[in-house]
Design a protein around this ligand. Structure first.
Ligand SMILES: Nc1ncnc2c1ncn2[C@@H]1O[C@H](COP(=O)(O)OP(=O)(O)OP(=O)(O)O)[C@@H](O)[C@H]1O
Length: 260
């Protein structure tokens, strides 16, 4: 039986006058879950709430059995969470190893275990050879991988990755998808991405957001099947057509419709 690790009920997020999430209900369990949607759909807003970096305007979020409205619950969740923000801050003078070690310390990885945890995270992110290089001397793709390494360093039960493949070259993207597949067995991974190929290759479910609502929940194969119903002149591959058709269906459905 699969256990729900993330449960979101009636989530609303507003940024001043903008509604970013408009009544979102979602459940996730162990595995890799893709979060797709056009610009402004609400992907980052959702991930920030799950990461405890922002509070909801309304609604309830439970992660690993803890309610995020509860302070002690948030603290417990943070220890077991890995988070790669879309834009993450780092000290450019730190080497990759220093940066990941610092994050291990912030995440309260026990001192005796930290050196091993850091080397394992660097290895998983493919950064062992660059571990001694200052971040300011790394390419954008390698900085992104340092971000992935810091997210992994506490062996999180829940891993939230906001556009982790942005800036990665094709070979790095393939390595990254292999890493996701390796994590899938024990970790709940939520990945926001603009690349449907990321989803096809590495994800067991796809959640499509549009204008702050859930437009579709399916498997990558289900989304591709939907694509075969779409007119050929839409172009792109089956997944891309499925994505476009799902958005169009959602936008033409009566208000309040959509996947839950
Ligand atoms: N700090 C903010 N202040 C005002 N509006 C915001 C803020 N952050 C997000 N928004 C708005 O909330 C909505 C959802 O944005 P969000 O960044 O969550 O979407 P997204 O799906 O991650 O988009 P993208 O794919 O472009 O990163 C958008 O209309 C955005 O303009």
């Amino acid at each position: 039986m699969t256990t729900t690790t993330i449960r979101v009920d009636g989530l609303h997020v507003r940024h001043r006058r903008t509604t970013a999430l408009d009544g979102v209900d979602l459940e996730f369990s162990t595995g890799v879950h893709g979060l797709l949607g056009p610009n402004g759909a609400g992907k980052t807003s959702l991930i920030r709430v799950l990461a405890t970096a922002a509070g909801p305007t309304a609604g309830r979020v439970r992660i690993l059995g803890h309610d995020l409205a509860d302070r002690a619950g948030r603290t417990e969740v943070r220890r077991r969470l890995g988070y790669l923000p879309q834009h993450f801050g780092h000290y450019p003078g730190f080497t990759v190893r220093e940066f990941v070690s610092y994050m291990a310390w912030l995440k309260e990885v026990p001192a005796a275990l930290a050196p091993g945890a850091v080397e394992r995270a660097l290895d998983r992110a493919g950064l062992t050879a660059d571990a001694g290089t200052p971040l300011k001397r790394l390419s954008g793709g390698l900085v992104r991988r340092a971000g992935i390494a810091q997210a992994l360093v506490n062996e999180p039960a829940v891993l939230l990755l906001d556009e982790p493949t942005a800036g990665l070259d094709p070979e790095q993207r393939l390595d990254f998808r292999a890493l996701l597949r390796a994590l899938a067995e024990e970790t709940t991974v939520l990945v926001s991405t603009h690349l449907v190929e990321d989803v096809a290759d590495a994800c067991s479910t796809v959640t499509l957001l549009d204008a702050g609502r859930v437009a579709l929940r399916d498997t990558p194969a289900g989304l591709a099947r939907k694509g075969t119903e779409a007119p050929e002149e839409l172009g792109g591959n089956a997944l891309e057509r499925g994505y476009t058709l799902a958005l169009r269906d959602h936008r033409s459905a009566p208000a309040g419709g959509g996947a839950r």
